[in-house]
Design a protein around this ligand. Structure first.
Ligand SMILES: [Zn+2]
Length: 550
């Protein structure tokens, strides 16, 4: 199944169909014609309207929902990571060395060995690997190992040599080189200091981009995702080639899912000036389209690079200096994109960074224009009540990393921000109470694509150790489902096209092995995805494709 026509007609029936159109609506049948929902209602009427050759999708008791929309994810970086050494499961620096060595032994001398997704907090040593650690892998291969957050990385001595980075190299404006006593970089890189090295990697080709994007897409559809929004086009090192691949997905049907992209600010400027495919992609915008300009205003809490109003829990260092841009700079970027009529997304985890972003949006957002463009705050992890009030007032959108509670909740509570702030991280219910529309995301490859874990965690606030963290911020399963579908569509100005099963919308559907509204919220994360339909066409079928057609 390499060409996806999105043009078949099919009739879905035989189990609960939650349309997400409003609070309670359920339908007996959904008819999709030419990729678009033609009818929602009774099975009898759907059958009457169906063309003769309509495929009959029989749920046999399974549950259908609008396809999941990952409102903030990184298919380009993920596709690339799939080809690197995955260090997610390493529990010591020795584990990392062993994993990378296996790859180095199979790699010609002098070529780069690339690894990803190590987590310093899960290593016995509780630190980042240094160049000396990575020199144990190989001194003949340059090595670049990305942290799970992508906001830090580690390199070996050979990589420093190739990049010409020495004790005399100053820190770049948007990053930092960790150093030994005499000033020699120790191999640990913070924020975008990694660019000093990524620019020496072999230039990716257009074929690489397409292959990686397609490989990533296959994983999204297997998780029930029908639309993935790339939250930082240009960050995976492909530059305008990333834009070319995304634009090509609008022109030709080679991707099995729908793509939207937020373009990192420097790449957006390049495209605006006419590089690559520019900013007008034509083709079929429902397959792939540019959506927004992406900015970053801090890093991540688990790396200690988020900008907080109060110090981190286990250290007294003033964390406010972690803002990436001075306020005037951030404002000028926001103003530039806003004036050009573009939606702006800004990454902000800490409350100090969130203040900065709200202030920037408030400045440009006179006369309700911020509301009209739906400027967004990405992650918005430590937003407090007063900030949520302002977000609601300005009509901003938020994409929350709800499964963060599961992935990092225990460590946030015990190490990084303490029990009080951790119980309020990702404040979904406080946002819902104020009428803020939000989506949920896994930020893949930071964590695996798992919308059902996001929904589960939003409803339970359980951490991976099984403890509940901040019951007051749970939302109902129904609201979590809405965040994963209709409200994620809203965040991309696409709520009239997708996000619910209603006449005239795209026939994007996920079929689940159990009904998330019937099982206990903690069980939701274990529900299997049985099938994924994009425009009525099955793009993913579990277990070799059996079982959904009559
Ligand atoms: Zn991200």
């Amino acid at each position: 199944m390499t060409v996806h026509s999105f043009r078949d007609s099919c009739l879905i029936h035989g189990g609960p169909i939650h349309t997400m159109a409003d609070d309670r609506s359920q339908a007996e049948a959904v008819l999709i014609k030419d990729g678009v929902i033609d009818y929602v209602g009774s099975l009898r009427e759907a059958r009457r309207r169906a063309p003769k050759d309509t495929a009959s999708v029989n749920l046999k008791g399974r549950t259908a929902l609008p396809g999941f929309i990952e409102s903030h994810t990184h298919p380009f970086a993920f596709g690339k990571a799939l080809e690197q050494v995955d260090c997610r499961h390493c529990r010591s620096i020795d584990d990392i060395v062993a994993a990378l060595r296996e790859r180095a032994e199979a790699t010609p001398e002098g070529e780069w060995v690339l690894g990803c997704t190590y987590d310093d907090m899960l290593l016995a040593e509780r630190r980042h690997p240094t160049r000396q650690d990575l020199d144990r892998v190989s001194e003949r291969h340059p090595i670049l190992l990305m942290h799970i957050s992508v906001h830090a990385a580690a390199v070996n001595t050979q990589a420093l040599r190739i990049a010409g980075v020495t004790a005399d190299t100053p820190d770049p404006g948007d990053g930092r080189l960790e150093r030994e006593a005499d000033g020699t970089p120790n191999g640990v890189l913070w924020e975008w200091a990694q660019k000093l090295f990524t620019r020496h990697l072999p230039a990716p080709t257009a074929d690489d981009m397409r292959r990686q994007l397609r490989n990533a897409s296959n994983q999204y559809i297997a998780a029930g995702v029908t639309s993935a929004v790339e939250a930082a086009l240009g960050l995976a090192g492909g530059g305008t080639l990333e834009a070319d691949a995304a634009a090509l997905a609008a022109q030709e049907p080679w991707l099995p899912l729908r793509l939207g992209v937020a373009i990192t600010h420097p790449l957006w400027q390049e495209l605006k000036a006419g590089s690559g495919p520019g900013l007008e992609w034509g083709g079929d915008p429902q397959r792939s389209r540019p959506l927004a300009v992406k900015l970053f205003q801090d890093g991540s809490i688990q790396l200690g690079t988020a900008a907080l109003r109060e110090p981190y829990y286990r250290q007294s260092e003033d964390a406010r200096h972690h803002l990436i841009w001075a306020q005037t700079e951030l404002m000028s970027f926001v103003q530039e994109a806003h004036t050009a009529g573009w939606q702006v997304w800004t990454h902000a985890n800490g409350d100090y960074a969130i203040d900065s972003v709200i202030n920037a949006y408030a400045t440009v957002g006179g006369n309700g224009t911020a509301r009209r463009l739906r400027h967004r705050i990405e992650h918005c992890q430590l937003a407090n009540d007063e900030q949520l009030d302002r977000i609601a007032q300005l009509g901003l959108g938020v994409s929350f990393f709800a499964a963060h509670v599961w992935q990092w909740g225990d460590r946030h509570r015990d190490v990084f921000i303490g029990p009080e702030r951790a119980s309020r991280m990702d404040p979904l219910r406080s946002a819902q109470r104020r009428g803020i529309r939000f989506g949920l995301h896994n930020d893949t490859p930071v964590t695996p694509i798992d919308p059902l874990l996001s929904i589960s965690t939003a409803a339970t606030r359980l951490t991976s150790s099984g403890e509940q963290l901040g019951e007051d911020e749970t939302v109902s399963v129904r609201h979590a489902l809405r965040a994963m579908t209709l409200d994620s569509a809203w965040l991309a100005h696409e709520e009239n096209e997708k996000g619910s099963l209603e006449v005239g919308k795209l026939g994007d559907v996920v079929i689940l092995g159990a009904d998330p509204l019937e099982v206990s919220p903690d069980e939701i994360r274990r529900i299997p995805v049985e099938a994924t339909l994009v425009g009525g066409t099955p793009v993913y079928l579990r277990q070799n494709g059996g079982g959904i057609y009559d």
